[in-house]
Unconditional design. Structure first.
Ligand code: NOJ
Length: 587
């Protein structure tokens, strides 16, 4: 095993200068699935308000709500038809104001999910735009006139034909939609569009919201000449046309006109962004955004062969690749601050993807993954339900799915005579609805989520995996999560310390040192269902174990540490580490 350490990245700011969001955990709520207060089978704002005490008791202080604005729900709120109204399914503006008041009263903050790259096709701007080329709203969107022939190929994420252009007869032109047809892309080169969007941001900030998660933000600027793309050279063409020519100029303008005037957090969604590009969004001196939610973990593929350590390693993905990816993002953040996540509403459940959700390992691997997210350097984005160890539901039929992505891709494969069975098998592992099933509150009907049949089926494992049961069990995933969150608060140095990857090529163990001014912490995590051993490269004499996920901690008195399947341990090391192999000394 090689022990080539990655260079550490030292936070530049002192504790006093640190913005609050560097120390927080962003807890993501999919409102449709969190808690239904009015018995229509759909989660709502009052449902969230009713559970604020539960979240506060877990130690959660920052909530990110997936879109709550008026929407016809082609893509569950990511198609907004009125940015200043609350989606009827979720309640009223009064409900939202009450939720915000009650959150603030508990010292909690709320981030809204703003979709600024596109609107719904039912937004009044688009309803106007599509009527004629002379309409003043026509230039709010991106068009290709029919007299110029077929538009150059652009791929759409959710379109049934994967085509991002849709013909609109009244204007004799095609409109661009990188997502579904119901989600036309806005023309950010039009200054009126930008001002409208900044006004929307001010509207919500005036109400007191604490910031935004900015959806699909790398896509906002386009090269409007739409050059032909060599698809041989760019088989995955999204990276080619995200990060458009004026992206950073527009983000700086947004910062100048809106963000710099308020105390708010902005977290951009950074799909298709490399660590080096990512740095540009978050470098404090560039005055753009605060955080970028990168897709490193989502982009790691499951493999069947050629894995480091072979099948013996007991992991179906390339762990060293994940380690390098996180180390790269950590280094690239520079004076900015990284984020870390393993699951969200667009990804499978973290325990199913990176752990093992069989009854034997679910609890242990969910705890080990929690230990990872809560001990890395960066703001963790935690997806609601992962603290219970909620797992993929693995639907077997297409009609069980709600997600436009799954349904449209299925239709395309079916139309083209492809292998729909294989697609359904893949979706069982990666489909987005796996993460969107209702939150499992208790063992009663519908998992206590609603009194009515929920909009998406509840995972049948709810009788075992639910908040009521786990709250009463000191060994549950939930109790472990609560302890780990509390530990972060007791050890601010753990949150702030630099990160140094150890044993980057170890095929089973993710090991790292967090090195602060007054303390250092060693984290050893076995990501596999097989035992593993490591020589951690740090002196363990006098190490104080702070957190472990088996009933007993692994012995730390030798030069090597043996970890059981999915075992994780966090310890505080009092004495300085030996200098051998280190790239920097901070003491
Ligand atoms: C990213 C969001 O996370 C996803 O759920 C949505 O479908 C697309 N952006 C389009 O807005």
């Amino acid at each position: 095993m090689k022990n080539a350490p990655h260079a550490a990245n030292s936070p530049a700011t002192t504790a006093e200068e640190r913005p609050w969001w560097r120390d927080t955990i962003v807890y993501q709520i999919y409102p449709r699935s969190f808690r239904d207060s009015d018995g229509d089978g759909i989660g709502d704002l009052n449902g969230i308000a009713d559970r604020l005490d539960y979240l506060h008791d877990l130690g959660i202080e920052t909530l990110w709500l997936n879109p709550i604005f008026a929407s016809p729900n082609a893509d569950n709120g990511y198609d907004i038809s009125d940015y200043r109204r609350i989606m009827e399914d979720f309640g009223t503006m009064e409900d939202f104001e009450r939720l915000l008041r009650e959150a603030h009263a508990r010292g909690m903050r709320i981030l809204l999910d703003l979709v600024l790259n596109h609107t719904s096709d039912e937004h009044p701007w688009f309803a106007e735009a599509r009527t004629s080329r002379e309409n003043p709203y026509y230039d709010y969107y991106l068009w290709w006139p029919e007299e110029q022939g077929r538009p150059p190929y652009r791929k759409s994420h959710f379109d049934e034909e994967a085509d991002a252009w849709c013909y609109n007869p009244p204007t004799r032109s095609y409109y661009l939609h990188y997502f579904a047809r119901q989600q036309p892309d806005l023309n950010w080169d039009n200054p009126r569009v930008r001002q409208e969007l900044y006004d929307i941001m001010r509207f919500w900030l005036d109400k007191g919201v604490d910031g935004f998660r900015l959806d699909s933000i790398p896509y906002i600027s386009k090269d409007r000449t739409f050059p032909e793309i060599d698809t041989e050279k760019f088989p995955d063409i999204f990276p080619y046309y995200s990060l458009g020519p004026h992206l950073h100029e527009y983000l700086r303008e947004m910062n100048r006109e809106v963000l710099s005037r308020r105390d708010c957090l902005t977290m951009g969604e950074g799909s298709k962004v490399s660590p080096e590009e990512g740095r540009k969004f978050i470098a404090p001196e560039r005055h753009e955004l605060d955080l970028l939610y990168h897709f490193g973990a989502a982009d790691i593929r499951n493999e069947t062969d050629g894995l480091p350590g072979g099948t013996e390693a007991g992991i179906l993905y390339d762990l060293p690749q994940i380690k390098r990816m996180y180390a790269d993002w950590d280094r690239a953040a520079g004076s900015g601050w990284p984020t870390v996540y393993l699951g969200n509403h667009d990804q499978p459940r973290m325990v199913s993807r990176f752990g093992d959700d069989s009854s034997r390992w679910r609890g242990l691997s969910a705890k080990m993954l929690a230990m990872f997210l809560l001990t890395m350097r960066g703001t963790p984005c935690w997806f609601a339900g992962d603290e219970l160890g909620m797992a993929n539901i693995r639907f077997t039929r297409i009609d069980e799915y709600d997600d436009i992505d799954t349904r449209n891709r299925y239709r395309k494969i079916e139309r083209e005579g492809g292998d729909t069975e294989r697609f359904l098998r893949e979706q069982q592992e990666i489909g987005r609805d796996n993460a969107r099933t209702p939150y499992q509150w208790d063992g009663s009907a519908h998992a206590g989520f609603s009194t009515a049949r929920p909009w998406l089926r509840v995972n049948p494992d709810y009788t075992e995996v639910n908040a009521a049961r786990e709250s009463a069990d000191p060994d549950s995933v939930l109790s472990f999560f609560r302890r780990a969150v509390a530990l972060r608060k007791e050890h601010p140095e753990l949150v702030r310390a630099s990160f140094r990857l150890l044993a980057p090529d170890h095929p089973q163990i993710f090991a790292y040192l967090r090195e602060g001014e007054a303390a250092r912490y060693l984290v050893l995590l076995n990501f596999s269902c097989r035992p593993a051993r490591i020589a951690p490269e740090a002196a363990l004499d006098g190490a104080e174990t702070l957190l472990h996920n088996y009933p007993t901690a692994p012995p730390l008195d030798g030069s090597t540490v043996e970890l059981r399947p999915f075992e994780g341990v966090l310890c505080r090391i009092a004495a300085p580490a030996p200098s051998a192999g280190r790239t920097e000394a901070r003491e």
